[in-house]
Write a protein that binds this ligand. Structure first.
Ligand code: FDA
Length: 309
């Protein structure tokens, strides 16, 4: 249903809808399926609940395209505190940040400084910082930022989107660094001159990129692949490739979003596969929630059932 996906992704950036929808009780109720709460404590509790299954986590505070130095500082201070709280809890939980939360739009130098502060704290706390990938206008700057960080430390990873034509080249440019790379399909509304319009092509590219990153010559010190998808058939194909080529389990982890395909998550964990679940929390969930709805039209019916059910 490309029309519905397009409409929901367009809605994700509409300020009027955001202001109204986030105050509506039924929308707030339906969001709870994907988000354990608005506070870091809610995310930490959810991480604790997943731990007995052997599932590790990544925590991310929602919010993007922030515009003031005070907001960038607030987010940075928040994540510094979260790194401390993770260490105190003993959980195996990384953090994941969006560069536009740290100042990329307004002040790239400040963004870099803020990211450095987070990575330094992650080093002190034996943790790890992931950089999310946002819309295509940010890709060059985000990769450049990642490369500068990676030259200094292996405690940083980056998400790359399989729907972009350019990603194959980006992967090749990152392999020599020994990079931690999270391959995702891509969640933003992108024009056909930058991204594959057809889902089958995105899925095909996802497989190709993962196979490339699992190859022996790509397995350098610091390199790890996050296979970040809920696509059961892609996961199965990649698991078969991994078994056939005897890829060591240290070379990859599966990664999924909190609340999506919990059955598949439990199955992977039961099979002894390494799985990290990304848990989002925070007050600014509207664009992110619209992207989740756009990923699966059936979710819209789920929301309608919440209203009328
Ligand atoms: P696909 O959309 O084909 O879904 C496969 C199946 O999974 C569906 O048929 C359905 O059964 C189920 N499913 C998928 N989404 C669902 C949903 N919302 N609700 C219910 N069921 C659903 N994107 C990005 O642009 N930048 C980033 O940094 C990240 N980071 C990230 C981290 C992690 C750990 C994950 C798992 C994903 C991201 N993403 C992301 C999001 C990603 O780009 C993509 O939009 C979603 O993962 C959905 O795509 P799938 O790979 O799951 O496949």
């Amino acid at each position: 249903m490309p029309f519905l996906r397009h409409a929901l992704l367009a809605a994700s950036t509409n300020p009027w809808l955001r202001d109204h929808a986030t105050k509506t009780a039924f929308v707030r109720r339906s969001v709870a399926r994907f988000m354990p709460g608005e506070h870091a404590a809610d995310a930490l509790r959810a991480a604790q609940d997943l731990e007995p299954q052997g599932i590790t986590t990544i925590l991310t505070r929602l919010g993007e395209n922030l515009t003031t130095a005070a907001e960038f500082e607030d987010v940075t201070a928040h994540y510094l505190d979260v790194l401390d709280r993770i260490a105190a809890s003993g959980l195996d939980a990384h953090i994941s940040v969006k560069p536009t939360q740290l100042g990329l739009d307004l002040d790239p130098a400040l963004c870099e400084k803020n990211l450095e502060r987070l990575i330094a704290r992650a080093g002190e706390r034996r943790n790890f910082v992931w950089i999310d990938m946002e819309g295509s206008p940010y890709v060059d700057r985000t990769i450049a930022l990642f490369k500068r960080m990676r030259q200094r430390t292996p405690l940083v990873g980056i998400a790359l989107q399989a729907y972009l034509y350019r990603t194959q080249n980006d992967v090749e440019s990152l392999i020599p660094l020994g990079a931690a790379i999270r391959i995702v399909k891509g969640a933003y509304l992108e024009p056909p001159d930058v991204a594959f319009p057809k889902k089958a092509d995105v899925d095909g590219n996802f497989f190709t990129l993962c196979v490339r990153l699992l190859a022996e010559d790509a397995r350098r010190p610091g390199a790890v692949l996050h296979i970040a998808t809920h696509d059961v058939s892609l996961t199965a194909r990649l698991a078969a490739h991994i078994a056939t080529h005897e890829v060591p389990s240290s070379a990859y982890e599966f990664a999924m979003l909190y609340g999506i395909q919990p059955g598949q998550q439990a199955r992977l964990a039961r099979e002894g596969k390494r799985l990290r679940v990304l848990i989002s929390y925070g007050e600014h969930w509207f664009p992110w929630y619209m992207r989740r709805l756009a990923e699966r039209p059936a979710n819209v019916w789920f929301v309608l059932r919440t209203i009328f059910g």
